[in-house]
Design a protein around this ligand. Sequence first.
Ligand SMILES: Nc1ncnc2c1ncn2[C@@H]1O[C@H](COP(=O)(O)OP(=O)(O)OP(=O)(O)O)[C@@H](O)[C@H]1O
Ligand SMILES: [K+]
Ligand SMILES: [Mg+2]
Length: 704
Amino acid sequence: MAVETPVRPGSIDPETPQRRRIAAGLLDPRQFWQALPEALRKLDPRTMWRNPVMFVTEIGAVLTTWLAIRTPSGFGWLITAWLWLTVIFANLAEAIAESRGQAQADTLRRTRRQTTARRLGEERVWEAVPADRLRKGDVVAVEAGEIIPGDGDVIEGVASVDESAITGESAPVIRESGGDRCAVTGGTQVLSDRIVVRITQQPGESFLDRMIALVEGAKRQKTPNELALNLLLVALTFIFLVTTVTLQPMAIYSKEVMAAAPDTLAITGTGIAGIVLVALLVCLIPTTIGALLSAIGIAGMDRMVQRNVLAMSGRAVEAAGDVHTLLLDKTGTITFGDRQAHAFIPVGGTGAEDLAEAALLASLADKTPEGRSILALARQRTGTAHGAEVGGDWVPFSAATRMSGVDLGSRSLRKGAVAAVSAWVRGHGGAVPDELDGIVEAIATSGGTPLAVADQTRVLGVIQLKDVVKPGLPARFAEMRRMGIRTVMITGDNPVTAKAIAEEAGVDDFLAEATPEDKLALIKREQEGGRLVAMTGDGTNDAPALAQADVGVAMNTGTSAAKEAGNMVDLDSDPTKIVEIVEIGKQLLITRGALTTFSITNDIAKYFAILPAMFGGIYPGLAQLNIMQLNSPLSAILSAVIFNAIVIVALIPLALRGVRYRPSSASTLLTRNLWVYGLGGVITPFAAIKAIDLLVQFIPGIGS
Ligand SMILES: Nc1ncnc2c1ncn2[C@@H]1O[C@H](COP(=O)(O)OP(=O)(O)OP(=O)(O)O)[C@@H](O)[C@H]1O
Ligand SMILES: [K+]
Ligand SMILES: [Mg+2]
């Protein structure tokens, strides 16, 4: 069979229209209403306690409700209403963030339609079974027009597959046995030919299932950074709780003063009314960041999904924001990866026909794409059509030996990386002809991969494999350099080819002739001293490295082993996507930092904004600090509580969209944000509380 049009795996045009880009701009008011039921459901204390700051606020709201019922007053009810709104607004932020993934999950669910699979039964006959009964290890056949019933690896055949249901990419991709492009995903459709697939997933754990759970945020767990921040928020809450409670004896102590000016203060009999205490507490504890923290995290994951990247954990997204070194595998990541045999170049007096025949025999059982393309070219050159029935002991290709071949009667044929084959020939007592160097050099400097062919003690010649570097890479790698990230290409290929490709792609450094162990060792070395390493790869030989990396991005075109090992999958299989992944990670960290700064400074500012108005009557010294000239103690407190609630809603769009990110050094960003959000946090409450005070003073019983 032949696939008519060569189809490139992946797509690297950053503006492909099929990108599922939900306009992530401003909030649609409808989103508020749609998320409201969920926000109310989240009031359940069993859910609320996970967010300590808002849990304290909820307890406060319950308390003021009870107090307002016991001694009803307009002020009491107003505070109570706004405290409940504060909690609901916080829940809304989370519910809206979650709902954005919901629509996508629904679309994916429709993809997961029930299909019937043709499974190879025990009697070696094909039998029809429902797709959801397939287990790991089952073998199924899928023909043109059929839906692939589950995730697996192609073990026989080549087909073009429509993966648009999952990737949004309309151009079909090639899936074939043997190489780094053997993985297929359940729910996608075979367009041409027939493939046999070995299922790699248990029921209910398919890629699609995991993807749905991810976009829904169902499996979201707090990241270590979030846990640490939460601890800080709990500590602050505790400190302010103590501060607020100590205000009570202070107020009792100044009873005489209270008696002198009873109606200007929100004070009853034995001290500050419980309602005022609760209101003051809620104003002081870090409710802004407490309300928005989880929405910021969910939105970060969601921004990844919009870029067609599935992050398996929030931790991976955070790590992406701190990446120091990026390692990229060459074949299939930097290049398109369909290395095709292009020419046979004999050496040492070997006939062209003989070399082609040796290459043919050595490739008869080679299921890798390289092997198949060598076979095709050799058949064309020799005009023979014999196949695996020739017999012999096949030596399959491995990334460790970098060779493959066959032992056939008295002949022992090998083809593979020139260094590996040369060593093998010398090991058998043979010599490597001098002319080999020049030929190999010429192929390698052009970025091609030379494979040597040998028969025990004799090197017969060279096979030239050609590969193409994906376009647009140098610009993206330059961008990474500006972000302070070092890019390193690692490959099993020879140093000369590696150098040529590295230069063409514009990476900072490269490592050649790397075995899977070398890749792993390099990552561990880079990680020394706590530096975070990202790795992009597609092959089974990349899997250990992908697992070791802090951010392991597997190409969707890659093997299931690679996809299992990494903590992100790029559905577009675009190695430069890491630039966007890092940006999203940085944006997440910056947004969280900025809103935390704003939250804490704005709480402290609030304290100084309302305290003079509240206690000015008791301590005349404080009255002089009442630069805001708020109308009355009651209006000051109510205004602060209203501001405290509204600021959450006002910041939801920013939390979801993220603070704008421009590539620049971390310290510049930090200082800039401290100024903008720190200063903003100080000024905003003064201005906003004054404005609200001007309005609420007209409510009967609030103004003086
Ligand atoms: N089917 C094959 N038979 C013999 N030798 C091969 C075959 N495929 C590849 N090789 C040789 O083995 C080398 C190592 O292959 P390996 O898959 O480890 O790395 P790679 O594909 O070149 O690079 P990357 O690590 O970027 O995927 C190749 O560069 C090539 O020289
Ligand atoms: K607060
Ligand atoms: Mg490879």
